[in-house]
Design a protein around this ligand. Structure first.
Ligand code: AQP
Length: 321
């Protein structure tokens, strides 16, 4: 299968990014043709500081490699290194109904929260469609928040194919049930723009502090509690094996414990879980030239595939013979 996904360098990656998406990238790099990109063009809609964007992009590559992405198995590249995608985006844009974009939640949510929303954010699902279609992607591993955008991609591809003949492969979203929507420290979806994230490579001390501040209800210690639907339990479950999960769930149902105990167990588990990638990241960070090399190699392989697709689309819509 051809697998593709992208991740925005809009800040340091958090547990939601990892458990919703990156973990799937790593699993799917084996036995598939996998393309993963750092979505720097998308990030421009929020990051307006050039130095920051460069740093975020390098951090994103380091994080992905440290977490287990292997350049021998997966093509890792920067979105902006494949200009064919931006041209494909325009071809798709000419057939995109405004109403379709008005319904997309990324834009609607930001508007509802009173956050600034420009044309880049409004049209972002079309650029995302071009990202996906450029590589004839069949599977797109994502968190639940992105499923609607894959539907938009399928609609745009279907409509182009209907007008101009078979051009694009229709992709499918792939989400993981248990971590399709990882909650943040306030119980809402973990998201950089909601300021409720737990970062993957945060200093252990700072991470512990943030975990201890996770919002919980004020029920007394002795009261039995239902674990399902509790965001602290949900976060703990990301790191726990089945028997640890069951023990924790039984503790919730029995009552007589404090949320502080759960938070401590969560902090210990998270620290253990990310210890190895953290060490690998430090090693990689000492060789930034290796990262540049990996991205350049990924870009040239990705461009080759995207150029073929763009050519096919240009021919079918009448721009080229
Ligand atoms: N809370 C989450 N649970 C599960 N998956 C998540 N993803 C993001 N948050 C969660 C998945 O991570 C991948 C990369 O997402 P992105 O680059 O689009 O980042 P994002 O969705 O923009 O992440 P944020 O933190 O929510 O950023 P802002 O605040 O800038 O919008 C995607 O597959 C996404 O589903």
């Amino acid at each position: 299968m051809r697998v593709l996904s992208g991740i925005q360098p809009t800040g340091r990656f958090h547990w939601g990014n990892y458990f919703g998406a990156i973990r799937q990238y790593i699993d799917l790099q084996h036995g598939n043709e996998a393309y993963y990109f750092i979505a720097d063009l998308h990030a421009l809609t929020t990051v307006r500081d050039p130095k920051q964007l460069r740093q975020n992009t390098l951090d994103a590559a380091l994080d992905l490699l440290a977490l287990g992405l292997e350049p021998e198995h997966a093509i890792l590249f920067r979105q902006s290194d494949v200009p064919e995608v931006s041209e494909l985006c325009w071809l798709l844009m000419t057939g995109t109904p405004m109403s379709m974009l008005e319904n997309c939640h990324a834009y609607k949510d930001k508007m509802q929260k009173g956050l600034p929303a420009g044309a880049g954010l409004f049209t972002y699902p079309v650029l995302m469609a071009a990202d996906i279609l450029a590589y004839d992607s069949q599977i797109v591993p994502v968190g639940a928040d992105q499923v609607q955008h894959i539907e938009v991609t399928r609609d745009l591809a279907g409509s182009f194919n209907h007008t101009y003949g078979e051009t694009f492969v229709l992709p499918k979203a792939q989400t993981l049930d248990a971590s399709a929507k990882v909650p943040g420290t306030d119980g809402e979806k973990m998201s950089k723009s909601y300021n409720n994230t737990l970062e993957l490579f945060e200093e252990p001390k700072a991470m512990r502090k943030k975990i201890m501040r996770i919002v919980t209800d004020a029920r007394p210690m002795e009261e039995p509690k239902e674990p399902e639907g509790d965001h602290l339990y949900q976060l703990y479950s990301l790191f726990a094996n089945e028997s640890e999960r069951e023990t924790m769930a039984a503790m919730y149902r029995k009552g007589g414990f404090g949320y502080g105990d759960v938070k401590k167990a969560l902090a210990d588990a998270a620290e253990r879980y990310f210890a190895e990638p953290r060490a690998r990241r430090e090693e990689l960070a000492a060789k930034p030239e290796r990262v540049v090399e990996i991205l350049a190699d990924g870009a040239s392989r990705a461009r080759k595939k995207a150029a073929e697709t763009l050519r096919r689309a240009q021919t079918n819509c009448g721009l080229r013979p």
